[in-house]
Design a protein around this ligand. Structure first.
Ligand SMILES: *Cc1c(COP(=O)(O)O)cnc(C)c1O
Length: 390
């Protein structure tokens, strides 16, 4: 039996809604009936003023960079331990991402290091809610207010997660979500931008529709539509929205199933706390179980574990190559302070299989392979010179 790291799934009504589009709605392009349903659903669910579907979180981040008017030379503070799109979206506008180290517990940007990275050119902070666990948003919003900076939340992994009761993605000026097939709620490729600052609400529609006021035209607010701003095509087809709508309706069901799997892993792995490090979620956050990961003490220990799992047909990938040490990161970005935690964590973190349909049989196999491995290596790992971590 092979156990994949991730597996696409449907929740029930995806195909029914897609057929409905083709048979009765007669409109396959973007901003149709199902796109509207998704917008309304997200606005209610997240309790936010405006949500717009995009074809990816990458697109939502690019829209955010245009919306906050990033100009060549502007600096944007973010972690290096993230997916490329977080930085790339701002580099495309000529901005310079400035990397700040992460916290060893949550792997999120270390809020205590942000102020030291602020310069005259700083325009925004981009907190990334890693594994669906919130950054310290009170502190980040307080710094942003004090220095007059904008906040764009990369909430790609965080649909349904909260910080002090508020949904992630709705706290900063703008929030960006992903529905890529590796996330909790999926449509293959997909995303959404959430506008929390009214200042950006109207312009977001123009940018998403090739720089035109077509959305206003559809609402009957103007009698013809025209090119009025820069923009691109950032909206998904209504077929994608139809698929997504069924998934969105099941957000809570998906997240609670994942949370069940997450807790199974966590309770089981407690017994190995002497040799590995488990994820941490601060008390003021509730997370959506986007990811289960563990950290080994050294890079070699991680490599040995991944190889053992691979021999047993179990896929356990790692990420990220820190952006500051990637070729494009070296060229377009800079670091503020050292990247000690980022480097350590990216060398020792491994992700365990996590998907909606992970079943009891698979969990049983996972647990038995992991225990066999941990017990066999416990003494060796315990005696390991562990100056790399902890
Ligand atoms: C997945 C992810 C993205 C990109 O999402 P896409 O929808 O694939 O463009 C951006 N940032 C983070 C933190 C992610 O995990």
């Amino acid at each position: 039996m092979a156990i994949y790291f991730n597996k696409p799934f449907v929740t029930g009504k995806e195909f029914e809604y897609m057929k409905d589009i083709i048979n009765t709605q007669g409109k396959l392009c973007g901003d149709g009936v199902y796109t509207q349903k998704c917008h309304t659903f997200l606005e209610k669910k997240l309790n936010c003023k405006k949500a717009l579907l995009t074809h990816s979180c990458t697109a939502a981040l690019e829209m955010a960079a245009i919306l906050i008017d990033i100009q060549p030379g502007d600096e944007i503070i973010m972690p290096s331990f993230t997916f490329v799109s977080t930085a790339n979206a701002f580099v495309l506008r000529g901005g310079t991402p400035v990397f700040v180290d992460i916290r060893p517990d949550t792997k999120n940007i270390n809020e205590d290091l942000i102020e030291a990275a602020i310069t005259e050119r700083t325009k925004a902070i981009v907190p990334v809610h890693y594994a669906g666990v919130s950054c310290n948003m009170d502190k980040i919003m307080e710094i942003a207010r004090r220095y007059n900076l904008l906040v764009v939340e990369d909430a790609a992994q965080a649909l349904g997660s909260r910080y002090r009761g508020k949904h992630l993605g709705t706290i900063g000026d703008i929030g960006c979500f992903s529905f890529h097939e590796t996330k909790n709620v999926v449509s293959g490729e997909g995303g959404a931008i959430v506008i929390n600052n009214d200042r950006y609400a109207e312009r977001a529609e123009f940018i998403r529709e090739k720089g035109t006021n077509r959305s206003k035209f559809f609402r009957g607010q103007v009698d013809k539509y025209t090119w009025i701003d820069i923009g691109s095509s950032y909206l998904p087809s209504d077929i994608i929205a139809a698929f997504l709508y069924s998934q969105l309706e099941n957000t809570d069901k998906i997240n609670s199933k994942r949370l069940h799997i997450w807790n199974e892993y966590d309770n089981f792995l407690k017994q190995y706390d002497d040799i590995i490090y488990r994820p941490h979620c601060p008390d003021d956050c509730s997370h959506n179980a986007h990811m289960y990961y563990v950290l080994f003490k050294t890079m070699q220990e991680r490599a040995d574990f991944i190889n053992f799992m691979k021999e047993n047909n179990i896929s356990t990938p790692f990420h990220y190559i820190p952006l500051h040490s990637s070729p494009a990161g070296e060229k377009y970005c800079r670091v503020a302070g050292d990247m000690k935690e980022t480097n350590k964590i990216s060398n020792t973190l491994v992700r365990l299989p996590m998907f909606y349909e992970l079943n009891d049989e698979e969990m049983y196999v996972l647990k038995s392979k992991i225990s066999f491995y941990m017990q066999k290596n416990r003494i060796r790992f315990k005696n390991q010179d562990c100056n790399l971590l902890f």
